[in-house]
Ligand binder design. Structure first.
Ligand SMILES: *[C@@H]1O[C@H](CO)[C@@H](O)[C@H](O)[C@H]1NC(C)=O
Length: 391
């Protein structure tokens, strides 16, 4: 056979292999309905250029190392006690100043399946049984804690803790499949996100690869107990936070990498607009006492993610190659876990950026909670909370 012939045969074999994936090597084997959606990526020229060249986050203190796994959201109660955080085994735990205490849980069916395991990722197979609390918020008026559980929906627990009560498990007849974050207004209405109707949290990587657009921003009215969808067809909506004056909330668009503003009051009530193009792909957002927004960025943008986003057919082809999910994920995040947190004004102006671009100390920040001159940073993937001190 000629060299060209050999090449031709090899190419055919590769095409056949990718077509049938006999050894289930690809990142999307096991997802027969996988579809790669187009992402309307902002032009690279509109992406903020700011960098923290000093890598200031490397000065953070690593706290509670290996005492808690995957603390995604960090909250303080109305008396300033805490932090409270939801962890990989399904518990919400409370730091009483000396040690971690069990505070609440979302699943009524906990068993030895939920016992401690070596890493945050080893809990994935049982998350739907043990629960996986993500966004946490206290209602300042009542002291009740509201919990967005990735599998069990929106729940509430009293100031004494214990088993949380489910409030919402479906909306518009569609079950919540990946409840992610929430905030509460002065009347007790809950604004929350369901990241996808098709992918659950344990498959968050496939959700990112797909750019599935079934995510929703929802509102729960406690007086009528009704839930309405405010925004639909979103690609991985994630964090959500009310403005200081309550006239709007912002939410993170995880796949597009934007902060969007949804008006609650005034002429534009009920409409939304882009508030900021982010330097990367966001997780949670939290308001500080000045009314600025801290956005936790899971990873920075790259030329790779840009091209993959706008060429879904090429992305689907790449995902069918016998490349393990973990490697596809590393390509997606630019090779290594790192840390970027960004502060925006209520008008969408980038005010501050803090980084650990090599991930030497802090990695994969999920949330930034500012309190008394410190930033408390949770991470869904790490076994610690990082604390950055401005003083
Ligand atoms: C409780 O969890 C067990 C696994 O530990 C499962 O077999 C069972 O179906 C669950 N029960 C309910 C009511 O979800």
């Amino acid at each position: 056979m000629t060299p060209m012939g050999v090449l031709g045969v090899l190419f055919l074999l590769l095409a056949l292999y990718c077509g049938i994936d006999p050894f289930k090597h690809s990142a999307i084997s096991g997802f027969p309905d996988f579809k790669a959606y187009y992402v309307d990526m902002p032009p690279l020229s509109s992406v903020p250029k700011e960098k923290d060249t000093q890598n200031l986050l490397q000065k953070s203190q690593i706290m509670f190392l290996n005492q808690i796994q995957g603390p995604e959201s960090v909250a303080f109660d109305p008396l300033g006690r805490g932090p409270y955080t939801g962890i990989a085994d399904g518990r919400v735990v409370f730091w009483d100043g000396e040690k971690w205490k069990d505070f609440a849980y979302t699943s009524s069916n906990r068993s030895e399946l939920c016992d401690p395991k070596p890493s945050p990722l080893s809990y994935l197979p049982n998350e739907h049984i043990c629960g996986r609390p993500l966004g946490l918020r206290f209602d300042k008026r009542t002291g009740d804690l509201y919990i967005a559980d990735a599998y069990l929906g929106l729940l509430k627990v009293g100031p004494e803790g214990g088993l949380a009560t489910p409030l919402v498990t479906e909306a518009d007849g569609v079950p919540l499949r990946f409840t992610n974050d929430l905030d509460i207004d002065d009347e007790g209405n809950i604004y929350f996100t369901d990241s996808s109707s098709n992918y659950q949290r344990r498959n968050f990587m496939q959700l990112v690869f797909s750019a599935d657009n079934s995510g929703r921003v929802l509102k729960y009215d406690p007086s009528t107990k009704e839930t309405t969808a405010l925004v639909r067809n979103l690609q991985f909506p994630n964090g959500i936070s009310l403005s200081k004056d309550g006239s709007f909330f912002v939410f993170c668009e995880g796949v597009v990498g934007r902060l969007r503003k949804y008006w609650l009051k005034g002429e534009k009530a009920g409409t939304s607009e882009v508030l900021a193009i982010l330097p990367g792909f966001p997780d949670n957002v939290r308001t500080n006492k000045d009314g600025d927004f801290w956005v936790a960025i899971h990873c920075r943008r790259s030329m790779y993610t840009h091209i993959m986003s706008i060429y879904p057919k090429f992305r689907a082809f790449m995902l069918r190659l016998p490349i393990p999910t973990k490697v596809q994920y590393l390509l997606q995040i630019g090779g290594n876990l790192h840390a970027v947190v960004v502060k925006y004004s209520a008008e969408g102006k980038l005010l501050q950026i803090l980084e650990d671009s090599e991930g030497k100390v802090v990695k994969a920040v999920s949330e930034v909670e500012e309190k008394d001159g410190k930033l408390w940073m949770g991470s869904v993937l790490m076994p610690f909370v990082a604390v950055y001190n401005f003083a």
